[in-house]
Design a protein around this ligand. Structure first.
Ligand code: NI
Length: 139
């Protein structure tokens, strides 16, 4: 059984590689290379997989899952300039592909600490815009 829960956050980024020239960066990333960055309203879906507890009839305590996301993930990125304020992006381009991997790492660590007996983190989905959705499977 899998359960997915949805969360929202806002963050800004600028796609830029120091290893490339200004022209090459503009060519590669277009408007996303604008010096002052731009923001997105991201939607994060967190999916967990596990057995249905015979007593509660559920696979995860929603409060525990919410606490993991609200305490271990969202404060690190919500309303942040990711290039400047998120250490993981000091040397990593904050594309949404990379953001999904970073969030996946944070969630894996949080699940190990807070839900050692399960359920397990199954996948995350990150919506950047209405047109761009990124799926990362953790299994
Ligand atoms: Ni963008």
């Amino acid at each position: 059984m899998r359960l997915s829960r949805r969360y929202q956050f806002c963050a800004s980024h600028r796609l830029h590689l120091d290893s490339l020239s200004g022209d090459e960066n503009r060519e590669l990333f277009g408007k996303c290379n604008n010096p002052y960055g731009h923001g997105h309203d991201y939607i994060l879906h967190v999916s967990v997989a596990g057995e249905v507890d015979p007593e509660t009839g559920r696979i995860v305590d929603r409060d525990v899952l919410d606490r993991i996301v609200r305490e271990d993930v969202l404060p690190r990125i919500d309303h942040k300039d990711m290039n400047a304020a998120v250490p993981e992006f000091r040397d990593l381009n904050p594309t949404t592909e990379n953001l999904a991997k970073v969030i996946g790492d944070w969630l894996c660590a949080a699940f190990r600490n807070r839900l050692p007996a399960g359920p397990r983190l199954s996948a995350i989905r990150l919506e950047e815009t209405g047109r761009n959705t990124f799926d990362l499977s953790m299994e």
